[in-house]
Ligand binder design. Structure first.
Ligand code: FES
Ligand SMILES: [Fe+2]
Length: 437
């Protein structure tokens, strides 16, 4: 394998990650051949291809995949290449006019189901069999995402995702709607980016401003098949307490301030009305001994129920406790009842030093809502946008990590056995794909 041998780049038995995994161009190529070519990956949201003729391009490695809604209840995916001289058929996202895919070069046309329907001056070609079609890519739907897989031999989508469809069923991700898709390029290996969103250990180092209102220590980490989740899992539900790292005793912090910081600090994840609910709770003392968190959970349950979220499935604690899920290998993010932020991370082409990160904001629609346009932005350089303090801090780390990882003579990476357990799990799962023939 080019600049390194595979064996030397695999996670060791005692859990050390060789640096070449993040920096080697040939490791990136191998990942493409053995990982990205085999896994199910989210190509877009279903609502991005809402009506027949809508399309979305998904790029992974050097491959461009065209996702098309070919009929009201059918979504298909094709290799995005004309059968004539190979031209890419569509880019970005949009709607295919005239109900067909028309190649820009010599105007060959394909039905939305990929069948070649028109060849200009057909009689001047060697016979082209009737029924000739674009090369299809496996495509399936779950959770409101359109998933694609380049491997004809891979297991079906639901087997691949197991047990996430069961674990996440109460959230009904398929009924949420994409509000915004903000994409950027980060100067780091894609795994550096996923790793950073797969653990809470860095909060004390990178986001110290969160410690007064969040307990970053008592987060739970749990592998789920090849996937994983962490966060405020059953044994680690949210409380209105600061980080134990601050060593504050009860009475030395204000629960109301913590609640306010929590709701405004995670603004993108809560309903607009919740700020007002917090203000009211803070302004009116509890009369029956109910805790402040309990009062907020009750208010939140009512607001979510009014929005139409099936809240009966959630305990009070779950209403304020994120489930940070890793959809192996590259989608991670906090999921709450009624909202989610999903980070999808991919290598930028085959470059080990750059990653494309898409941030998808999902929200439960209002009951009377008609389709709303998605805000879609792409920033070739992440510094072109203010992403908010927390994310800016995360992104600012990326170049430092990637640059540092290249240092010659640096040791392999040792992980915190508890707080970085999901990082290790993900890397071990990657290796399974790399070594399996
Ligand atoms: S390359 Fe598409 S029609 Fe010629
Ligand atoms: Fe972070």
């Amino acid at each position: 394998m080019g600049d390194i041998d595979l064996e030397s780049a695999l996670v060791t038995d005692d859990g050390v990650l060789p640096r070449a995994r993040y920096t080697s161009p040939s490791f990136a190529v191998l990942e493409f051949e053995r990982l990205w070519s085999r896994v199910w990956q989210a190509a877009c949201r279903e609502e991005e291809v809402a009506v027949a003729g809508d399309y979305c391009e998904y790029v992974i490695g050097d491959q461009s995949i065209l996702v098309v809604r070919s009929a009201p209840d059918t979504v298909r995916a094709f290799y995005n290449t004309c059968l004539h001289r190979g031209t890419r058929l569509a880019e970005g996202a949009g709607h295919l006019e005239e109900g067909c895919i028309r190649c820009r070069f010599h105007a060959w046309r394909y039905d939305l189901d990929g069948t070649l329907t028109e060849v200009v001056d057909r009689d001047e070609f060697a016979p082209i069999p009737a029924g000739t079609c674009l090369s299809s890519v496996r495509c399936d739907l779950w959770g409101g995402f359109v998933w694609v897989c380049l491997d004809p031999a891979a297991p079906p989508l639901l087997d691949y995702l197991d047990p996430l469809p069961t674990v996440l069923a109460p959230y009904h991700l398929d009924r949420m709607r994409l509000r915004a898709d903000l994409s950027t390029v980060l100067p780091a290996n894609w795994k550096v980016v996923v790793d950073a969103f797969n653990e809470g250990y860095h909060v004390q180092g990178t986001h110290p401003q969160l410690l007064p209102w969040t307990d970053d220590v008592n987060l739970a980490y749990e592998p789920l098949g090849r996937h994983a989740h962490y966060g405020r899992l059953p044994e680690a539900r949210r409380t209105l307490t600061p980080s134990p790292r601050l060593g504050l005793e009860p009475g030395e912090y204000d629960e109301g301030e913590i609640l306010e910081s929590f709701v405004s600090g995670l603004g993108g994840l809560f309903l607009e009305e919740e700020g007002a609910a917090v203000e009211e709770i803070r302004a009116t003392p509890s009369t029956d001994g109910e805790t402040m968190l309990g009062r907020y959970q009750r208010a939140r349950r009512e607001l979510l129920a009014r929005r139409g979220v099936p809240v009966e499935a959630f305990s009070d604690d779950q209403l304020t406790s994120a489930d940070d899920v890793l959809f192996f290998p590259n989608m991670v993010g906090p999921i709450y009842p009624g909202s989610a932020i999903v980070f999808r991370v991919r290598p930028d082409g085959l470059d080990p030093d750059r990653a494309v990160k898409d941030t998808w904001f999902l929200e439960w629609p209002r009951p009377d809502e008609t389709a709303r346009p998605v805000t879609r932005r792409f920033y070739p350089d992440w510094t072109e946008r203010d992403w908010g303090l927390i994310t800016n801090q995360d992104y600012a780390n990326m170049a430092h990590v990637q640059t540092g990882l290249k240092a010659r003579g640096g040791p392999g990476i040792r992980l915190n056995r508890r707080q970085e357990a999901n990082v290790l799990h993900m890397h071990r799962m990657i290796d399974r794909f790399l070594v399996e023939e």
